[in-house]
Structures are given as C-alpha cells and as structure tokens.
Write a protein that binds this ligand. Structure first.
Ligand code: HEM
Ligand SMILES: *[C@@H]1O[C@H](CO)[C@@H](O)[C@H](O)[C@H]1NC(C)=O
Ligand SMILES: *[C@@H]1O[C@H](CO)[C@@H](O)[C@H](O)[C@H]1NC(C)=O
Length: 331
C-alpha cells in the first residue's frame, strides 16, 4: 500500500519538524545521532538485525514495542525491565503486568551484535528505544529519529512495576491522572500511544472480566459491542490464562489506524481503551483516526512525537548509570 521510499520521505520531513521542536526539549545528554563517532553503525546494525528477526517472527513486533513502554514507565527509560532478578530481590520482570512480555532474546541478540562492533558503547536502554522505533517502521508504521545517549540503570524492583504500569481495567481518565500526567505525558499522548495496540495480542486473562461477570452482574460489560462478545467468548473460556487474542484482528501485524476503528465500534479489548470514547477530546481523536483510510499522516506524526516524549522520560545520561555489557545483568 505505502512503499518504503514514501514512508522514508515522510520520516525525513517528520524528523526535520521533530528535530526543530526537540532541540530545545531533549533532556541534556540525549541527542539524535549520539553514537555517530563512537559507534557509527549502531543504528544500522539494529535495523539490519530487526529486519531479519521481524521477517522471520513478525509476532515479536508487539512485545518489543510494549517493552520500551514498560521500561520507560517504571523509573524511566533505563533498561531496568531487562534485568534478571537476583537471589532474594525479584526484578520488574517478575511483576504481574510482565505476563506477556517477550522478546528478551531479541534484545540480547541485538546487544551481542553491537558489542561485537563497539564493545561497551551502546546502552540497553537505547537499544529498547531503537528496537521499538524499528518494529513500528517494519510493520508499515512511521519512521522517526530517536534521540540516544541513555545510560543503563542498576535498580529493578518488582513492586515498582506494579505501582507504575496502568492496568487495563481502569478507565482512561483514571490512568491519565494516576500514571500519565505525573510522568509529564498528557491526554493526547495517552490516546495516541494507545494506538500502539494496533500491534500484537493480549492474553484472555487481561480482559476476561469484561466477558462473563462484569462488576458482579453475571453479564458482559454493556459498553462492549454485543456482537463482538460471542466472538471473544468463543476464544476465551472462563479462567483461560494462555490463549492470545489479536487486539486489532485482521491487521495485528500492521501498524495502522484500524485499532481506532475497533475502539469506535465498542470493540476495544480493554476498559482503558474503550473509555477513550467517554471524553470529548479523546473521542474526537479516536473518531478522526478511525475515519482515515490510506496514509494516516496525523496519527503517524503524533505517534512519533509521543514515542520520543515517552522515550525521554527520566533518562540517565552523561556519567549516570552505566553501559551494561549484558542487558540482563548489571556490570
Ligand atoms: C493506559 C495504558 C496502557 C494499558 C492499560 C495497556 C494495557 C495492555 C494490556 C493489558 C496488554 C495485553 C497484555 C497481555 O495480556 O498479553 C497490552 C499489550 C500491548 N501494549 Fe499496552 N497498554 C497501555 C499502553 C501501551 C503503550 C503506551 C504502548 C506502546 C506505545 C503499548 C503497546 C502494547 C503492545 C504493542 C501490546 C501487544 C503486546 C504483545 O503482542 O505481546 N501499550 N497492553
Ligand atoms: C513474569 O513473572 C512471573 C512471576 O510473576 C515469572 O514466573 C516469569 O518468569 C516472568 N516473566 C519474565 C519474562 O520474566
Ligand atoms: C461474579 O462476581 C461477583 C462479584 O465480584 C462474585 O461475588 C460472584 O461469585 C461471581 N460469580 C461467578 C459465577 O463467578
């Protein structure tokens, strides 16, 4: 539908606009092309590796995009989501929202390639940001310039994840006030970033409470499209903890606006997403994107901008933190 050159051109124009507006707003120590002298091929190495991986295992795009979000929301984008637990101290990986996190092996592979080319230079936190950008581009989404220069943190604590990641059963307003606003993200960032649910799958257990016994009524959530309920029930029996359901059925491997069409029709899997329809500002956004067929320039530009904003949250730079040798362990 959209060929590569067109998307690259769009990315180029977008990056001019973003660079112009971000020169002032990037945190100190973070800039586009941070590795241009210390590891000039860093971004090419990541892109080449991701191109191979996504062409072989397209279903990794969703989890890898989500991983950057989980990293950034829990004490900033510092690669802490990648750390393994140590005896007696469970890491972020052990917390409930980690349920579906996958793709740690991919990050290790990319890291190994980078260590071969330039040992000790590229941080795991930057790898997560670059990989998230690349999986979006490789699934036909926008391309954007990722400010780099993040350093890796040394703290990863299970309960931090629980306290910082918005749950799917909260409404959008509550998630906004409790989780987005305190991190410097606003209502627009929330409605835009939730468009990321155009990629990937969810476990039945993340939304089953809406199908069978919503708020103790023994009925499905009345805001869920009643024609969609039987389809979801046929996939998700009560108590199912393993089945995966496409969040944007029919196009879950393509980054596009079709998840907004599902939200607009009452077919979002999560309360957090469906309730975007209750607020006039976010409803307008959902409906506008849902109505755009073909090349969704507004959503693509917005998504790129919100990803950069999210990726800049509470980063470690300069002499802070470290450059991990292996992403699962502190040096
Ligand atoms: C209010 C905020 C959010 C909530 C409540 C939320 C909730 C969820 C839930 C419950 C799942 C399914 C997990 C599972 O059961 O397997 C999921 C998956 C996913 N989320 Fe979010 N999310 C939010 C924000 C974001 C953001 C900001 C992004 C990235 C831009 C994102 C990207 C994804 C992706 C790509 C998946 C699919 C993962 C896969 O294929 O395994 N989400 N999200
Ligand atoms: C997620 O947490 C569970 C325990 O809550 C743990 O068994 C599992 O290994 C964790 N997943 C990852 C990818 O670390
Ligand atoms: C339905 O939910 C209510 C309230 O949460 C609970 O008391 C009841 O046992 C549930 N019924 C079933 C069959 O799960």
């Amino acid at each position: 539908m959209h060929n590569m050159p067109y998307r690259l051109l769009f990315g180029f124009v977008l990056s001019l606009v973003l660079q112009f507006s971000l020169v002032l707003s990037n945190p100190p120590g973070l800039n586009i092309g941070f590795y241009q002298y210390t590891c000039p091929n860093a971004e090419v190495i990541v892109r080449d590796e991701m191109t191979k991986i996504i062409s072989r295992v397209p279903s990794l795009a969703g989890p890898l995009l989500r991983m950057h979000f989980h990293d950034c929301f829990v004490n900033g984008c510092d690669g802490s989501i990648l750390l393994d637990s140590t005896p007696g101290s469970p890491s972020e990986k052990e917390s409930i929202p980690n349920l579906s996190l996958r793709g740690f092996g991919t990050i290790d592979r990319v890291k190994a390639k980078l260590e071969q080319a330039c040992p000790g230079v590229v941080s795991c936190a930057d790898i997560l940001a670059l990989v998230a950008r690349d999986v979006v581009f490789l699934t036909k989404g926008p391309h954007w310039d990722v400010p780099t220069g993040r350093r890796d943190g040394t703290r990863s604590v299970k309960d931090d994840a629980l306290n910082n990641l918005p749950p799917p059963f909260f409404d959008a307003t509550r998630n906004l006030n409790q989780f987005f606003i305190p991190k410097g993200l606003d209502a627009k960032d929330q409605v835009v970033l939730l468009g990321g649910h155009t990629l990937g799958t969810s476990h039945c257990s993340s939304f089953a409470s809406r199908l069978y016994n919503f708020s103790g009524t023994m009925m499905p959530d009345p805001t869920l499209d009643k024609y969609y309920v039987p389809r979801l029930k046929s996939k998700c029996q009560p108590g199912d903890k393993t089945t995966l359901v496409e969040m944007d059925p029919g196009s879950f491997r393509t980054f596009d606006t079709s998840y907004y069409r599902h939200i607009a029709r009452g077919r979002a899997l999560f309360t957090s997403d469906e309730t975007l329809m209750l607020d006039p500002f976010t409803r307008d956004y959902v409906l506008r994107q849902a109505g755009i067929a073909g090349y969704p320039a507004e959503f693509f530009a917005d998504f790129a901008a919100s990803m950069v904003k999210m990726g800049n949250m509470q980063v470690l730079t300069g002499a802070q933190g470290e450059i991990r040798k292996h992403c699962a362990f502190v040096n």
